[in-house]
Design a protein around this ligand. Structure first.
Ligand code: I3P
Length: 275
């Protein structure tokens, strides 16, 4: 991939055909980390495609599983009719899900994380406030050094997105940023492109404008801007663990999209042999 984003996506190793199906083998993003912590952040203000909405409105296929997932979070949310049917349409679920999480307001939501102690937390469906999110980030990356590395990576990512020919010509729906760190390094990559599509001819998006049916805006950059802002607030704080760590630095200098307190590092990833 010859694009400004090429350092931010897993490398393609090869594509293979197995039993008539085509598979791609991708770089193992965890290979260069020791006991990695991993967080999945779903990007954008919208998580369904325009055509999905169109199909659902025409077919109005009802989903019992999505009704069940909805009442598990808020039993008062379904309408009387939905309660009778015990089912809702997919767009009804997806749009509601965007508003109970931070997707609609901040342009991203935390999907889940795996911490270094092996614990997995997927309980973020109603994590919406910036303070709740900042706390989740501090728990995920309890070391300020690592949060600063993430912040620099986010600055670099925003710059790359704004210069990328791929990004300017595509709509990215339901795509995630994968955050990976260990005690020494941190990286962020774009993953999950199942609902990423080339824009129709003569359609331009800013990735920041409000979505209206037909304009294909996804709000991706709104999410990146807000991630950066929240990570900036977390890098000016000290976690409980760090308050006892004499090595932590309190002076942080934000300079032209780069935090200078810790030496920035670009990660050069080696693709393990045979991968
Ligand atoms: C799921 C989430 C996924 C969506 C899936 C939902 O909800 O919105 O993005 O898959 O739809 O069930 P939740 O996170 O609350 O469990 P797609 O993005 O692929 O549509 P699905 O059940 O139709 O797969």
């Amino acid at each position: 991939m010859n694009d400004k984003l090429s350092h931010f996506v897993p490398k393609l190793i090869r594509s293979i055909e197995l039993d008539g199906e085509c598979y791609v083998e991708l770089q193992d993003l965890l290979a260069n980390f020791e006991n990695a912590s991993v967080m999945d952040v779903k990007m954008g203000c919208r998580t369904y495609e325009e055509r999905e909405l169109d199909c659902a409105l025409r077919e109005s296929k009802l989903r019992h599983d999505m009704y069940d997932k909805m009442v598990e979070i808020d039993e008062n949310e379904p309408t009387a009719n939905e309660k009778t049917l015990r089912a809702i349409t997919k767009p009804r679920y997806m749009i509601w899900r965007e508003t109970v999480s931070s997707t609609a307001s901040l342009g991203f939501r935390v999907e889940g994380m795996r911490l270094q102690d092996g614990s997995v937390d997927k309980n973020f469906k109603t994590t919406k406030d910036e303070e709740q999110i900042a706390e989740a980030f501090m728990r995920f990356a309890s070391s300020k050094k690592i949060r600063l590395k993430y912040l620099n990576r986010l600055y670099d990512l925003r710059r790359a997105l704004m210069q990328s020919k791929f990004f300017i010509s595509h709509e990215l729906i339901g795509s995630s940023l994968l955050f990976v760190h260990d005690n020494n390094e941190a990286g962020i990559w774009l993953i999950d492109f199942a609902k990423t599509h080339l824009l129709p001819d003569n359609t331009k998006v800013t990735h920041r404008r409000k979505w209206e049916l037909g304009n294909h805006e996804d709000g991706y950059l709104i999410g990146v801007d807000n991630l950066i802002r929240i990570f900036e607030t977390t890098t000016s704080r000290t976690s409980e663990r760090e308050s006892t760590d004499r090595g932590s630095t309190n002076q942080i200098h934000y300079q032209q999209d780069r935090v200078e307190t810790y030496e920035p590092s670009y990660l050069a990833f080696r693709i393990p042999a045979g991968k």
